[in-house]
Design a protein around this ligand. Structure first.
Ligand code: C2E
Ligand code: CA
Ligand code: CA
Length: 722
């Protein structure tokens, strides 16, 4: 329905030409125009106005002037009272209304349209308002856009509130730089406290980072990238630096020119701390704070590359504390830890700035020296000097938990030069040299030489041969007789021999060590015990051998096996040997570790009837505490004392003391290595119970022993009875 244009008409009511054109214009104007009379009633409205109001012209005209018929809304969304309606405002005040934003609620359409209103009065000759013209432009689309912008801004604000990210925005065209409040808060400032200086971030960037950040931007802006991320540090108000991750987008024009840079800074403080902690855990030993094995291996590969470029010598030193395990077992792990910490501290102090120190674990440390002399001889001399220093600082007594302790290291060293070297090989070489240092009396430094590698290779070959030897039953027993103070045969010691070839007989000194380190000693030991038990069982049936005791040597490794007592019991039962004829000879070294477990095991064996003798007495740990603690039957005075007893007052005093001590503890004494009459006489005079040695009888093959002593006894017995 075409709207009746609000217009003046000629007196005859027919519009003239100008009037028609004006009406036409109003009808097509993209703005609404409504005319009201002096009472506020609608007298005319153009098409746009009716569309916006959602009324027909008739409905508009019939609507009461007071305004109940309309539902207008203010810009903020609240209900607009009729007094504020543009027409009423003009009527009431007589003034025009400019650019008022009004929402027209249209119940029939169920929506709200928004309009910008202008209204003005028309007055008659007397000055009274007889007409009010209200014009409005639909701005619904604008209002919607504003609203959604507002919402998205709010969303953004809320999202950022929940995160630690601090937004900023840099207009590269105007140079304007916006820092969000959060940006300032991250650095300890109250927003607005600092002038919004575009250069602020440059000023606050860590001096060490500034050049690289500026260089980064110089490359980023002309380049093609749309997004970037980088880390740098900004100075906090307190003066410390906050590590930040800056991420942003670059807005470019069609030609790729950067117009705007906008992004967020994220505070990395916590993340950095976590990273540092993880790094520490992964690369440092928690006990001493020294770099750990992983750190060392990574560093070594760099060191080797560096030294090969420079063509210089370097050295790797492998350091192991002597008797650390003993200290740990006897004084407790806490004291062991204290020692390790103190060793680390002393080493760090003894070394130069550029030397590397790491703890591999346990009581093992590694030192890497770089830039040593150009010739191997010079480098060796320098390593020896460092070694001396280390031995000196670690040789000083330690005060641990209020007690004085002594410790010493064994050090193995190996040189590396300009040639590419395998790290594992270097560590192995230094390790071998360290074992050589241990073998050669400890508390010393030894260099790796290729002969050590050859020795290791020989050892491996020996282990393989031992294995075959065991399978082929090539191990046989020799027996050495033992005599009481009256000269009567009381027993024998079983000594193993390896019949390697048809007439080659290898002594235990050449293979017991290899069997122990090669894990074969238990199998070998059981073989020996089995042959010994068979001998005892046989002797029991031979009248002149029936009362003899047999001593069998037992390695510390055998006694560490919890199944050992059970295995012995099984053997005794299977062979029918009398347990109380069997003596196991132990050396003091078995007492070095876990003495409680050991006492348990010995008591189980005692329960079977087996006896124990302590071999090589006087040469070991010299702690007398275990003599009372362990169920021993006899002490074997070491050969070294016996051999000097006739000419060295020291040795004779020691032997006297051992015999006296044994008597106090109700232990028998056995002297081994008796070679001379003078020795025999001294021992007999001082009351040694049993004697063994070349003077009285060499070790002989088993059948030879049985033939000789079975008959000798018989002859002696029959001789004395006649
Ligand atoms: P050991 O237990 O101290 O054995 C005594 C060693 O001294 C034997 O050497 C013996 O032949 C030697 N000997 C005996 N009387 C004299 C003497 O008057 N003068 C001198 N100079 N030496 C004498 P062997 O048989 O070579 O045994 C060496 C070591 O091998 C033994 O020392 C023992 O520790 C070990 N061994 C021998 N047999 C076995 C075994 O079956 N098992 C284990 N685990 N070790 C064994
Ligand atoms: Ca022995
Ligand atoms: Ca011995």
């Amino acid at each position: 329905m075409p709207a009746n244009p609000p217009s003046a008409r000629r007196a005859d009511g027919v519009p003239d030409d100008a009037q028609r054109r004006f009406d036409d214009l109003l009808a097509h104007l993209p703005a609404g125009v409504v005319m009201h009379d002096g009472a506020g009633r609608v007298v005319a409205a153009n098409r746009q106005a009716l569309a916006l109001l959602g009324r027909t012209e008739y409905e508009a005209r019939e609507a009461p002037g007071g305004g109940d018929a309309w539902h207008f809304v203010r810009a903020d969304g609240s209900q607009m009272p009729p007094s504020e309606y543009p027409v009423n405002a003009v009527l009431r005040t007589g003034a025009k209304v400019s650019d008022l934003v009004v929402g027209v609620s249209r119940p029939a359409h169920g929506d709200v349209r928004w309009a910008i209103c202008n209204a003005y009065p028309e007055r008659d000759e007397r000055g009274a308002i007889h007409r009010v013209v209200v014009c409005f432009t639909d701005c619904t689309a604008l209002k919607d856009a504003e609203q959604s912008l507002h919402k998205s801004e709010e969303r953004m604000r809320l999202a950022l509130q929940g995160s630690t990210d601090a937004p900023w925005d840099w207009d590269l065209v105007t140079g304007e730089l916006y820092y969000s409040p959060r940006w300032w808060e991250m650095l300890g400032y109250v927003p607005g406290e600092q002038a919004a200086d575009p250069e602020a971030w440059v000023r606050l960037t860590h001096p060490e980072d500034r050049i690289s950040v500026v260089a980064f931007l110089d490359e980023l802006l002309p380049g093609p990238r749309q997004a970037y991320s980088m880390e740098f540090r900004l100075r906090h108000r307190d003066g410390h630096y906050v590590p930040v991750l800056s991420r942003g987008y670059i807005l470019r024009d069609g030609a790729g020119k950067a117009l705007r840079l906008s992004g967020t800074n994220t505070d990395l403080t916590e993340r950095k701390q976590a990273e540092r902690r993880i790094h520490e855990l992964a690369y440092f030993d928690q006990l001493t704070g020294l770099p750990n094995r992983r750190f060392l291996l990574e560093e070594l590969s760099q060191i080797l590359a560096r030294n090969s470029r420079a063509g210089r010598h370097g050295a790797l030193l492998f350091l192991d504390l002597d008797n650390f395990k003993l200290l740990n077992d006897t004084m407790g792990h806490d004291v062991g830890d204290l020692l390790l910490r103190e060793v680390a501290r002393r080493l760090r102090r003894a070394l130069r700035e550029g030397d590397h120190l790491a703890r591999l674990g346990g009581d093992e440390f590694v030192i890497v020296l770089e830039n040593l002399g150009a010739t191997p001889a010079e480098a060796t001399a320098e390593v020896q000097a460092v070694g001396r220093k280390v031995l000196e600082v670690l040789g000083e007594p330690f005060e641990l938990a209020g007690r004085q302790c002594a410790s010493s290291p064994s050090i193995g060293a190996t040189l590396f030069d300009g040639h590419p070297t395998d790290i594992d090989a270097l560590l192995r070489q230094a390790d071998l040299a360290m074992y050589r240092a241990k073998d050669e009396g400890r508390n010393t430094l030894r260099f790796f030489d290729p002969g050590m590698q050859a020795a290791v290779d020989r050892q491996a070959a020996l282990s393989a041969a031992l294995r075959t030897g065991l399978a082929r039953r090539q191990f046989v027993l020799y027996f050495q007789p033992q005599f009481g103070h009256d000269g009567s045969l009381v027993g024998a010691e079983a000594l193993v021999r390896w019949k390697r070839g048809t007439d080659e007989l290898v002594g235990p000194g050449e293979f017991i060590g290899a069997a122990e380190s090669g894990g074969l000693i238990s199998a070998l030991g059981m073989d020996v015990l089995e042959q010994g038990c068979h001998a005892l069982a046989r002797w029991a049936r031979a009248p002149h051998l029936a009362t003899l005791k047999l001593a069998v040597n037992v390695s510390v490794h055998q006694l560490r096996d919890p199944d050992f007592p059970h295995a012995v019991a099984t053997l005794l039962a299977a062979t029918g040997a009398g347990a109380d004829r069997l003596t196991l000879e132990l050396t003091e070294s078995v007492f070095a570790r876990n003495p409680d477990d050991l006492v348990d095991r010995m008591l189980q064996l005692r329960g079977l009837g087996v006896h124990f003798a302590l071999d090589d007495f006087g040469t070991g740990y010299s702690s007398l505490a275990y003599l009372a603690r362990f169920p021993l039957a006899a002490l074997k005075i070491d050969r070294s004392f016996v051999q000097d007893v006739d000419h060295d007052p020291n040795a004779s005093s020691i032997v006297e003391a051992i015999i006296a001590l044994a008597r106090k503890l109700h232990l028998a004494t056995i002297a081994e290595g008796v070679e001379l009459d003078a020795q025999h006489a001294f021992l007999a005079a001082h009351g040694c119970d049993v004697m063994q040695g070349y003077l009285l009888g060499r070790p002989v093959a088993m059948d030879e022993f049985e033939r000789r002593y079975g008959r000798a006894q018989a002859q002696a017995a029959s001789g004395s009875s006649t």
